[in-house]
Ligand binder design. Sequence first.
Ligand SMILES: [Zn+2]
Length: 272
Amino acid sequence: MRIYISADIEGVAGVVTPAQCQAGHAEYEKARILMTKEVNAVVEGLLEGGASEIVVNDSHGQMTNLLPELLHPAADIILGKPKPINMACGLEAGYDLFCMIGHHSRAGAGGVLSHTTNGFAFHQVRINGMPCGEPAIYGAYAAELGVPVGMISGDDVTYAENRSLFPQAEFAVVKQAFGQRAARALSVLRARDLLRVTATRAVKAAGEFAPQPPIGPFRAEFVANSAVLADQFAILPPAIRVDAMTVAFDCATMADVVNWMTALSAMSFAVR
Ligand SMILES: [Zn+2]
């Protein structure tokens, strides 16, 4: 049983502020330990359920948040960026489950630290008209490869946003959002217990369902947070300028959607 974990930090129990998610802040050093230990709890649960191969992709910021020294020895780790397909780097047909741990709600939604890929760049990301967060986008990419979403963890808004997209997936809700930067969270130990048993359930259910591959083509629309960002994105020759704030790309595959989103996110740094 081969399991892939995409690990983010905003959806981790005990994390509620941007400073906890940004290298250079004292609080970040504590939050990355919380993140690593949540992943470890998931790895323990996956092993308990019969996983034989586990790879964890560090999927936040500079993508060097997980502490290799603290990571469960059964898991391999993917660190660093840029990397192909970003939050799903290295995912391929043949994995049995795609798990998104410490994930968060989409840009424009409520929920703790909600955003889609880059909170500075994107006001909203839509695929064929539907506002999407990272789980929706990367989950659809995984489905394209034939890999089902097995588990998602994060806050209650993340759960509400994704449960109907991935009805077969197991969810672990580790905090209840009171807003963008406030939540009631489970204690870290109870959050880890919940993650462990949820991961075991996900592995035991693997193989009971096949994902429905999404049917292209896909129009990916990116509503920028400012017109100057949209000006920057519109420089790319395939970009379609929808309006002052929005560019679109017509994509044959979800892989292309992910790649355009990653490219625009990187370009946005030139406008700061
Ligand atoms: Zn993140």
